[in-house]
Design a protein around this ligand. Sequence first.
Ligand code: HEC
Ligand code: HEC
Length: 275
Amino acid sequence: MAFSAAAGLSGGAFADPDEDQLTINGEIEIVTETAAPEHLEYVDTIYSGWRFRSDETQAVQMDDFDNPGMIFVEAAMETWDTVEGTEGKSCASCHNDVETMAGVRAVYPKYVEAAGEVRTLEHQINGCREERMGAEPYKYTSGDMVAMVGLISMVSRGLPVNVQIDGPAQSTWEKGKEIYYTRYGQLELSCANCHEDNYGNMIRADHLSQGQINGFPTYRLKNTKLNSVHARFKGCVRDTMAHTFKPGGPEFTALELYVASRGNGLSVEGPSVRN
Ligand code: HEC
Ligand code: HEC
């Protein structure tokens, strides 16, 4: 089956990312276009997904008062100060202000020495809840979890994504890269077939981006909630009619590290707004 027919790509509708600049609240400058990191072989310039959205969708992200994702972040701000679990602690008991998390989003997923493995921000949050608070872990893609990730992302907005891909993270990164280029499902499509070979093209009614994750979590106008990275991966894999991997599991964690590294140099912009 030809790729374009199978995927619903419409030929001749090529449209580059637009030239718009993203500044949030008139003060946070966001890098939405920059030179690709050296490890990328087939792409010279990387773009945030924001650049592929319509002017109307873009505008919603330019002011926090308009960004509906902020409602969830505000709820997480309350959770930050709420005591939960058997140890009688809140996040704030140990981490003080959430501003102490500035810079953290930009370097995750990362190899965590104490765990002996690459972990996502979600894993770290649940690690603290279970082991340090004596609280129930959040479900990996639950509303509470994605809101907390949104809060921790927000305090890194404007900082460059900078995940480590060598040293102890290297084998996980390589596994993620392999998954990225593997063709899955009845449509036999890899992530790269859409987000590397065809970004800028229209697929059905959608303008294909590079599938970057610097904007996560994203508030989607389509489902009116914050969406996590692994939930998005799951949706994309399902669209190829393949069996998906488990959110929070080793495959998606490796894939997240690899996809994050394709965006090294773009700004953290979560919580972003997409259609
Ligand atoms: C009992 C103290 C304690 C509590 C309560 C706690 N944490 Fe932690 N947390 C730590 C320690 C210690 C570390 C590991 C050292 C570090 O990186 O700060 C850590 C690490 C983290 C990290 C990784 C930081 C990094 O720089 O890599 C995140 C994210 C995090 N915690 C989030 C939370 C959240 C969200 C909560 C509340 C749901 C919470 N923690 C509750 C002590 C705590
Ligand atoms: C059949 C084509 C197709 C395949 C294959 C595909 N995606 Fe997507 N993906 C889309 C479309 C369409 C969108 C929504 C428009 C956009 O942002 O590109 C999207 C969106 C995304 C986004 C959100 C980007 C943003 O800025 O919000 C990420 C991340 C993503 N895909 C990752 C992946 C990964 C990882 C894979 C491989 C497991 C994958 N996709 C496979 C079509 C595809």
